[in-house]
Design a protein around this ligand. Structure first.
Ligand code: PLP
Length: 406
């Protein structure tokens, strides 16, 4: 029967080595062969199902990769030791020296720094564009361009990329569209909308327990095998390999992702609507006032909502810092970067996760000093959270007690 769901996670079923309902964890860096010839063939990539060395692949990493391919609806997936491990491997696999990339200008600060600074070593240039302006994206493409890169919902401004339209554009120019879907697992399925490669920082919602760093590249068998190639694969040769024990624990955490994403979205939607009514400057893709709301509504998987991230502009960095400190003191969450945790996490991106972006560029893209990014937690009583957060906002004179923003 054809699944109505946006993903195939429900069909995953495992049998461990001894019939266990969790797959056994592969606790070896290397694997034996009964024949030297078979080892040689495996090295050459000709023996499917044989393991050679765990930097290349391991059973635990393959299990997790399989689950992530089911999540994103791609042929296969390679897991990596971090989100940046996935991003850098993909970029270096697709681009040679002296080539060019077109990227959204609002992306995670680490990715921005890699594209803007690190790739200078190879004379690979990046044009950073407003990804919601398709004309600007097309204009930036040159004969040297090798890929279009964006985040489905961008960090930290929560801009929504029109993946369908970008994919049509990419195909017209024979380019792969690479999408980082870290902010919107399950809510958006980029591969179904035409993305060629989908990346996640598993560190965030997918693992959901903020206890490790990991990443994934979801794509075609051809591309994922190329990443693992012993002679030319950026995954294999740069060596960003996830440890088997971590792969096994992420796989177990992943089993609740559908429930968690729904709750993160429900809570974020509640807070966004109420704070907007209070007169605060809120950006949340689930609000009608969001520039990308209608677009996202057309292509999202509705049952999962608009995601767990929202931003609030409180005017100045001083107010932002005071708010975050007070919220932490009142046990409303942690003043911490990252996202997808069961408690709410908050940070001021201009001075943390986006600090790699020069101030003038931050200004140009609308990243203001007073912006606070919230990754809304799984709080059971979100109305109580709203009331307590409101008390913090009133105590700091960001909000008047009768609701208007000061
Ligand atoms: N992509 C996005 C959207 C992120 O927010 C981050 C980290 O914050 C990354 C990628 C990098 O992931 P990692 O920290 O797992 O390397």
């Amino acid at each position: 029967m054809k699944s109505k769901s946006s993903d195939n996670l429900q069909d995953l079923q495992y049998f461990g080595e001894y019939g266990g309902i969790n797959p056994s964890i592969s606790d070896s860096s290397t694997y034996t062969f009964l024949s030297a010839k078979k080892m040689f063939d495996t090295f050459e990539g000709n023996t499917e199902g044989c393991y050679l060395y765990s930097r290349h692949s391991s059973p635990s990493n393959l299990y997790l990769g399989e689950a992530l391919a089911a999540l994103e609806g791609t042929e296969t997936a390679n897991v990596t030791a971090s989100g940046m491990g996935a991003i850098t491997a993909v970029i270096l696999q697709l681009c040679n020296a002296n080539e060019h990339i077109v990227s959204s200008r609002t992306i995670y600060g680490g990715t921005y720094a890699f594209l803007k600074n690190f790739l200078k070593k190879f004379n690979i240039g990046t044009s950073f564009v407003d990804i919601t302006d398709l004309e600007a994206v097309e204009k930036a493409i040159t004969p040297k361009t090798k890929m279009i890169y964006c985040e489905s919902v961008s960090n930290p401004l929560l801009e929504v990329a029109d993946i369908k339209a970008l994919s049509t554009l990419a195909k017209k120019h024979g380019l792969p569209l690479v999408v980082d879907n870290t902010f919107s697992p399950l809510s958006i399925t980029p591969a179904k909308l035409g993305a060629d490669i989908v990346i996640h920082s598993l560190t965030k919602f997918i693992n959901g327990s903020s206890d490790c760093v990991a990443g994934v590249v979801c794509g075609s068998k051809e591309f994922c095998l190329a990443l693992k190639d012993v002679n030319n694969g950026a995954g294999m040769l740069l060596g960003s390999t996830l440890d088997s024990l971590r792969a096994a624990s992420i796989l177990k955490n992943m089993r609740t992702i559908h429930i968690r994403v729904k709750k993160h979205s429900e809570n974020a939607q509640y807070l966004a609507e109420n704070f907007e009514k209070d007169g605060l400057r809120i950006v949340y893709p689930g609000l009608k006032s969001h520039k990308g709301h209608q677009k996202l509504k057309r292509f999202m998987n509705h049952e999962f909502g608009y995601g767990g991230l929202l931003t609030m502009d409180v005017g100045t960095l001083e107010k932002a810092n005071a708010l975050m400190e007070l919220m932490q003191e009142r046990k409303l969450g942690y003043l911490a970067v990252s996202l997808g945790f069961y408690k709410t996490l908050f940070s001021a991106p201009g001075t943390s996760t986006s600090s790699e972006i020069p101030l003038e560029e931050q200004k140009e893209m609308g990243l203001t000093d007073g912006l606070v990014r919230f990754s809304i937690g799984l709080d059971n009583d979100i109305h109580r959270t709203y009331t307590l957060m409101r008390e913090c906002l009133v105590a700091l004179d960001i909000l008047k007690s009768n609701s208007a923003m000061v």
